[in-house]
Design a binder for this molecule. Sequence first.
Ligand code: ADP
Length: 498
Amino acid sequence: MAVAQEKEILCKEWLKKPKKLLIDGKWVDAKSGKSFKTYNPATEEVLAEIPEAGKEDVDAAVKAARIAFEDGRFHRKMTAAQRAHCLYKLADLIEKHADELAQLETLDNGKPISEARWVDVAATVETFRYYAGWATKLEGETINANNNFFTYTLREPIGVVGQIIPWNFPMLMMAWKWGPALACGNSVVLKPAEQTPLSALRIGELALEAGIPAGVVNIVTGFGENSAGEFLANHDDVDKIAFTGEDKTGQIIVKASAKTLKRVSLELGGKAPNIVFADADIDAAVKGAITGIFFNQGQVCCAGSRLFLEKQVHDEFMTKLLERVGRMRQGPGLDEKTQIGPQVSKEQQERVLSYVEIAKKEGAKLACGGSTPEDLKKGYFVKPTIFTGVKNDMRIAQEEVFGPVLAVIPFENMNDVAEQANKTRFGLSGAVWTRDVKKAHKFASHIKAGTIWVNCYNVFDPAVPFGGYKQSGYGRELGKHSIELYSNIKSVWVNIAD
Ligand code: ADP
């Protein structure tokens, strides 16, 4: 297998350096001295020892962020243009180190290097550039409500923002959160996922090099429950929590916010309907179904995990789908030819395989995959898996598997599928494949979800909002909507009466 040779690993020397927390512009050890390991999911080998932040470290990070904020280091004492420059510079530095960062992401997460390069790193750069542009475009307004008063609004940063991110797109989720928070002039404390802390630490270094002042960005690596994540979510001096992860964790975050009524934005799970009508371009829809479920090993909250096929085209579609999936190359992410890598961890591999058993017991028919690949003895791999004959009320169609497992559900007609598509507690995304313009728009309006793709899947841009309906969360990331999440509006009344 043509895995990149050791000498080609650009982050090799960096990996050997002791890893630290970023607090107040300095790299420091966890006060407890505790650490945990991060693994390469393709080889099961330890990549690095990571400091485990505890309560005192989170307190120190929040304090540093608070001092930086109250001091106005990144908003009052800098012009918007200077703030923008820092973000542009950060984007440039990430681009300069693109190959190294792509390898780091692949090593830590497992994803194919081509995706790490062309999706994760490229989109991270674009997201920082997009929000750099926003820094100079934040405006208030004047309101002609009463001639006795000059009335205007100010758009101000919120303050100290805690950001808790998942492991599926580590650096991109960091960019989605840092970009708008920093454009608005907030101070942040970031808690990366324990499975994938590396790219955040490297980007933290680049952030300091880009001139982001000490204390404005802080990074605490560690765990969630009863650890850094929970301490951050519960901290009295944090003004807002932005969270991406599981819906159950989202509930815990909301409860934790109640005491000080923190602002909360949540991007949670999904169980997206991907609907193919008989009049669709079937070849395009087959490719879309594959991207929909197997991209990033299925570890995508907007994965098209419920594939609804109109009965007339079901068999033709399945033949084409299985043929293409059979040709997918699975292997270590560093292999340039790999299209599907390992799951992020043993825990995830076991979770996915347990859903295979659940689906079989429920009576779904295994059409392919359903096990670990015979030729890959090491690593947390699960073969691309498809179940046919699924019913929408089965667990495999209702619960988020977060792996390469597709549930295929046949349908009779428009009414039938319209009802089933929305029968889920989630509402993050959905897709419809049809050549009928009316049908496309009807479904775009009918499906209760934050993003609808018509004749495409997984298309993103930093300018286009993303977020959930129902139990997929609230608040919209990306676009100008994310600026709303990270700023406050203040109304000022000036008495000008004679
Ligand atoms: P997953 O189960 O897919 O890892 P989680 O929602 O558990 O998803 O994790 C997403 C992020 O939330 C991670 O950074 C994790 O450490 C953090 N996290 C998990 N549990 C908690 C918690 N109780 N409080 C705060 N953060 C948490």
